[in-house]
Design a protein around this ligand. Structure first.
Ligand code: BG6
Length: 655
């Protein structure tokens, strides 16, 4: 994303330079031979060490069932770090120092004798590294072990002695309301809430943390942050990846448990909570809990009305041949699985601030693009002001938080198109993280480990918060359990099931789709496009809805636009109505229309109702006029990829 942002100095930067490193501790990792340790925890420790933020009084003690020794554990990590570190350059010296502090004890989590060995080892490391008694227990294990390890740590006397003792537990924290309540009672049986740090890795993302910084450090937006000015809010987490080899876990989870109940509800809480009295951890967590408690828990009839689910089917080619498998054909997935890989919901927050403002959430796997964004849509200006002009539609202002892979913030507003007539076009102001701050790419776990060592629980979920989130999710799971699912209902690689579009269309609204540069680059015309050029094209795209049977392009007519097919199917037909090709979600057509005025060579008819984006030649020409530096490359593409020889001035004429 191209940025228009300049960093104008910073507040807090001075103290940042003097940031103290993490507090001394032994980090005792349960499940140390697993995926999380090598992929995220160790690279995060290495990043902290590189940035001078890891205490020199620090050691890792790994434990797991796998029969490793300290030597073989280190050897394995030496290999893994090469694959998983996130730095531009690898600093061997820092790594060697870090890995020399790694140790390993083999054993099962139920075996009390192992805890005795661990205690002796922790005591040894404590003396060797002058730690002072602090122990950070990291549960990188399946949740079924959380309660057991808590009990055994307590029984074997780990709580005693000087220094702090803190426990980080990984997700998922429960699989429904009942199991979450049980887990909380097990974990809290012998430990205090302020010793338990429940991870949600979304809270470690800079762009998610920035939601709070943005809301509460800018005087401009907070007065508008309510039902008087905001029309609706949309949270979108699209994943291009499918279930991969995780079906063993995923099939008993589904997107509601995997993404919504945790990651998305956390973002929802940050965006919609009341202003906390301070940035102190419990001040923030109190407001988050209050917000989640105010989200309406649905009756079965309300679930039916406000929530839809989906499961991806195979991706087919034109002739109906399977190109890629559907969910039910994936490894370890039952052939009649009812697990949802997609969900979309309309939620209501029953408090004064948000009464009547619909909050839409959607997330799914095997979709057309990867992208997480939050769209705050403000109420529109009155259309009536423009009566007597050619303006038949005034777009809403939108504030878009791009969480990933684009990282930034965008404000959309309407501006007059230069020229003698009054014409409006949505334009935007953008801030891109990567350009404003030259930070290293973090895994998200650095800040978790760092803040836990300092006893700062802001980025971790509290027991009551987790329970509040399950209270909202539970009625959906209960309803789905007893209601037949019409699966599969979206094709892999599409923009999701039609039911999701209908859900929001019912309110007279649409999902705001963020077309990313990656998506646009799938069109030959834009494949190697410069970021500025692509961002201009993205802004010029206008949404259009057509009904099934409607003709979109007429053969012989002069082409003056191109189309992005967001949702639905269109047929490319000859004069006799024979279907030459069927296009689906994510396909493009009519590109030549923006390059030159040329008679269309086929009809294009909507087979289903369709959601389209249209790029007009007039807009494309304007972009060419405003940015003549792109003309040569566009002419070359027209020649190479479409075999068109175009006069340069033709590119800049609107007709
Ligand atoms: C995990 C889920 O918690 O989050 C995965 O279990 C999902 O299914 C992942 O893919 C998404 O995380 P990110 O950071 O890639 O958005």
């Amino acid at each position: 994303m191209a940025s228009d942002t300049q960093v104008l100095g910073s507040y807090g930067a001075e103290s940042q330079k003097e940031f103290s490193p993490s507090e001394p501790c032994v980090m005792l990792i349960f499940g140390a031979s697993g995926d999380l340790t090598k992929r995220l925890l160790v690279p995060a420790l290495y990043n902290l060490a590189c940035d001078g933020l890891l205490s020199p009084n620090f050691a890792v003690l790994g434990t797991a069932f796998d029969s490793l020794t300290t030597e073989s554990f280190r050897a394995r990590m030496n290999e893994d770090i090469k694959k998983f570190h996130t730095r531009q350059e690898f600093d061997q010296k820092i790594w060697d120092n870090l890995i020399s502090r790694f140790h390993y004890v083999q054993g099962g989590f139920a075996d009390m004798a192992v805890y005795e060995t661990l205690k002796t080892e922790v005591a040894k490391l404590d003396t060797e590294y002058k730690i002072g008694g602090n122990v950070l227990f990291y549960f990188a294990t399946a949740p079924k072990f959380f309660g057991l390890i808590c009990d055994n740590l307590h029984t074997s006397g780990f709580k005693a002695g000087s220094g702090w003792k803190r426990i980080i537990v990984e997700k998922p924290f429960g699989t429904d309301l009942e199991s979450a309540l049980k887990l909380n009672s097990e974990v809290l049986a012998n430990w205090n809430e302020n010793q338990i740090y429940r991870v949600d890795h979304y809270l470690g993302k800079e762009t998610v943390q920035n939601l709070l910084a943005f809301r509460f450090s800018n005087g401009l937006y907070e007065p508008l942050w309510n039902k008087n000015y905001i029309d609706n809010i949309q949270f979108n987490v699209s994943e291009e990846v499918d279930v991969g080899d995780r079906a063993g876990y995923y099939d008993s989870s589904g997107v509601l448990r995997d993404m919504m109940q945790n990651h998305m509800f956390q973002m929802l809480a940050y965006l919609c909570m009341e202003v906390p009295g301070s940035f102190a951890s419990d001040a923030i967590r109190n407001e988050k809990a209050k917000l989640l408690q105010a989200v309406r828990a649905y009756t079965p009839a309300e679930v039916a009305k406000n929530v839809v689910r989906g499961q991806y089917g195979p991706q087919l080619d034109d002739k109906g041949v399977v190109i890629k498998k559907g969910y039910r054909q994936e490894k370890d997935v039952p052939a009649d699985s009812k697990t949802e890989t997609y969900a979309a919901a309309r939620f209501h927050i029953d408090n004064w601030r948000w009464e009547g403002v619909p909050i839409y959430l959607r997330s799914g796997k095997a979709l057309w693009k990867r992208g997480t964004e939050i769209v705050v849509q403000f109420k529109k200006a009155p259309q009536v002001l423009f009566r007597g002009t050619k303006i038949d539609r005034v777009g809403a202002n939108r504030l878009i938080f791009h969480i990933q892979p684009i990282q930034g913030i965008e404000m959309q507003f309407n501006a007059k198109i230069p020229g003698p007539m009054l014409q409006l076009q949505p334009v935007h102001m953008r801030f891109a993280y990567g350009e404003a701050f030259k930070a290293s790419r973090y895994t998200g776990y650095e800040v978790m480990i760092y803040s836990c060592s300092h006893g700062d629980a802001t980025l971790f979920s509290r027991g009551d918060l987790v329970e509040a989130a399950w209270r909202v999710a539970q009625p959906l799971m209960d309803y789905w359990k007893v209601t037949p699912a019409n699966f599969p209902n979206y094709a892999r690689g599409s923009w999701g099931p039609k039911e999701a579009a209908d859900l929001i269309a019912h309110d007279g609204r649409r999902w705001f789709e963020v077309v990313t540069e990656d998506v646009l680059k799938k069109v030959a015309l834009f494949k190697d496009g410069d970021p500025l050029f692509l961002s201009q094209v993205i802004m010029a795209l206008r949404p259009k809805l057509v009904n099934a049977g409607e003709q979109i392009i007429k053969k012989g007519s002069m082409g003056r636009e191109m189309y992005v097919l967001v949702r639905g199917e269109v047929e490319v037909q000859d004069d006799a109505g024979h279907v030459m090709k069927t296009l689906k979600d994510g396909d493009f057509f009519g590109e030549i229309g923006v390059l030159m005025s040329k008679a269309r060579t086929a009809h294009v008819v909507a087979k289903t109702s369709c959601d389209l984006f249209v790029l007009d030649k007039s807009d494309f020409s304007r972009i060419m006029r405003d940015h003549p530096q792109f003309k040569d490359s566009v002419l070359a593409i027209a020649k190479d990829r479409y075999n068109l020889t175009i006069e340069a001035e033709h590119l800049t004429t609107p007709h």
